[in-house]
Design a protein around this ligand. Sequence first.
Ligand code: NI
Ligand code: MN
Length: 226
Amino acid sequence: MKITFYGHSCFLIELNNKKLITDPFISDNPLAKKIDVDKIKTDYVLISHGHKDHIADALQIAKNNNATVISNFEIINWLSKKGVKRTFSMNIGGKHIFDFGTLTFLYASHSSILPDGTYGGNPTGFLIESQENNFYFAGDTGLNYDMKLIGEYKNINFAFLPIGGTYTMDTDDAIIASGFIKCNKIIGMHYNTFSLINIDKKSAIEKFKQYGKELILMNIGETVKF
Ligand code: NI
Ligand code: MN
């Protein structure tokens, strides 16, 4: 399985010969200027919540690819009205088997409103279980005890956790979260896009190491095999 980072919380995940993109925020991300949104190829678009820094390019990418958008009911409604044809709505606790694997919608402690002020439903995270890997994409969230359920009942190989602070967990909380989910391989997201979520990458990686954990901070445009 391959993962390409497009900045902020946007990753292209290649799994079971299918492509999934998470929380596309590329054209308005000053750090992702070199990425051409129209060149992105994907089968699915996964959206964790309605904030602009997670949905800005969803419509364009979904239309370009005739991709299926998976998100909560409110966000799917909003995108359908804007012309997205293929959609699948889910909600927290719900599970569905797709051709890439089994996706479960999970709780995220955050908020969710769409860019035009429309109610965006509840914010979410995702758990994906597949033949290749099991992983958790936390979305925007604070540290919460629900994460312990993942650690107790699931075996995950790696997890995408926000680490930028201010609006989500910071690196210290992400280290605690990685204990809750019983996973020592963390891909950091939601950091350094704007000044309020700036982190020092070197010291963040070092901190994880002190706890025997690995923090992977990908470069924008970089692809890593898992
Ligand atoms: Ni958010
Ligand atoms: Mn965000």
